[in-house]
Design a protein around this ligand. Sequence first.
Ligand code: XIL
Length: 319
Amino acid sequence: MMKTLKEAYRDYFKIGAAISHWSYRSVADLIVSQFDSVTCENEMKLGSLRGEDFAYHFERADEMYRFAMDHGIEMRGHNLIWHQQSRADQLKEMSSEQLLRFVEDHMLIVGKRYSGLSCWDVVNEAVSDRPDEFMRDSVWKEKFGEDFVLRFFTLARNLLPGARLVYNDYNEFIPSKRKNILKLVSMLKAEGVIDAIGLQGHIRPKVCSIDDLKRTMDEYAALGLPLQVTELDIGLPDMDDPTPVEQVTTEEREKHTKFYRDYFALLRDYHEALESVTLWGVADDMSWLNYFRQRRNCSALLFGRDHQPNDAYGAIIDF
Ligand code: XIL
């Protein structure tokens, strides 16, 4: 019998998966046996919890939260403030005073309803991908200026005193973006309003090496805050490549497996700083990379389309 993921990593960090309302029941046994953390892939985002009229629709998130709590699995809260999936066009219609009140209400209602979550991604992806710009454009920046992140973390700290607050972002392995993420997080840390940092970990071997990832871990760990890898996947083929995975060569598959092996070896070296590593999905048929930028089959996770452990799984538990 092969070790399960959570058994293999018991002494290192929690192993998590994003779960989705349309598919989690079909892999409930896998989730319970393999993972000790879950994240709602979409269901706790503002645009999912709130309808067009901003009325709450808690059914899906409630059901998934119950599932996690009933099985004693921790659940991360994803997310409170983001530029996507947040009904931004409607938020734009509000004055900044109205919007501030709206955010306060949202944080209080959602935060209290899901008070058993292990943490909240308070702000997701605020830093720009452009080296010459600090914060990306969004309704939040438009209404509150660049320091909206500090404002919302402070608000969350005051309104949800028991919650652990996380800043989560992607492309953290690109030096110019990382510099800006770390600048933002240092400021939040100095104000005492952040508890951990999320590295999304949508990793693209085409644009980053294991050395780049090591540098990333070093620089994040140097901040002295706990770290979480929150959305790990390594797409095969790359997200820009329209080739279906069925057509990639054996050599490319082996390189992909090796990348998973090497990356987890690196993560184990940082286990003292690292609380959890969450895969962005359970099995390959559920990965968002199957439809991000183009529709085609992709392999990105630790279980295949048949929901059996794949080569990457074998590679990361073998140490
Ligand atoms: C993605 C989901 O996986 C998709 O199902 C959805 O269509 C779009 O959002 N960064 C994040 C996640 O923080 O919330 C995103 O999830 C992936 C990128």
